[in-house]
Unconditional design. Structure first.
Length: 175
């Protein structure tokens, strides 16, 4: 009987040590490693998933809300203008891309080059748009092309581009 009692006491003692040890870890304080400014609740950016998760939610209302939140889109390092063609070495660029705005020059360029851009499978970035109407105009003219909103300044800095519209491939920058 004494062995049973001592085993029970040993089990209780081990359990007590474990609980006490774990509770010490649960009281650890959070260390803040940086404050990056005001934060926002992330839930407002979530879109409720449709019943079939393989199909994205792309209702016109959702797209308009997402796009409108990013406008106006105004590059500080780029403007509409002529681009002198030049050779470029971007071996990591697998897909050609193009930058354009919602201005008359960009719209005319898009109309003129749409077929070529589709054949190349080029990805477009709208780098200048003031209103949702501007985005819709580019979307209508570029129907069938993949065009997303993006800041053009990183392209300008890295590739030395000053104007749009422009086509960028792994071997050249051209208009």
């Amino acid at each position: 009987m004494e062995k049973v009692v001592s085993v029970k006491h040993s089990v209780y003692l081990c359990a007590l040590v474990m609980v006490t040890g774990l509770s010490a870890f649960s009281r650890a304080e959070v260390t803040v490693i940086g404050r990056l400014g005001p934060t926002q609740e992330i839930r407002k950016f979530y879109i409720k998933a449709p019943p079939d998760r393989r199909k994205p939610v792309t209702t016109p209302k959702n797209v308009q809300v997402m796009v409108a939140g990013r406008l106006p889109l105004m590059p500080s390092l780029l403007s509409p203008g002529a681009v002198k063609a030049r050779r470029l070495s971007l071996p990591q660029a697998k897909t050609p891309l193009f930058l354009l705005g919602s201005d008359k020059r960009s719209i005319a360029w898009l109309r003129q080059n749409k077929t070529q851009l589709m054949e190349l499978g080029a990805k477009g970035y709208l780098v200048q748009a003031k209103t949702l109407g501007d985005v819709k105009k580019v979307s209508t003219v570029g129907k069938g092309l993949r065009i997303s909103l993006a800041s053009g300044d990183p392209f300008a800095e890295r590739l030395g581009i000053k104007h749009y519209p422009v086509l960028i491939s792994k071997g050249a920058i051209e208009q």
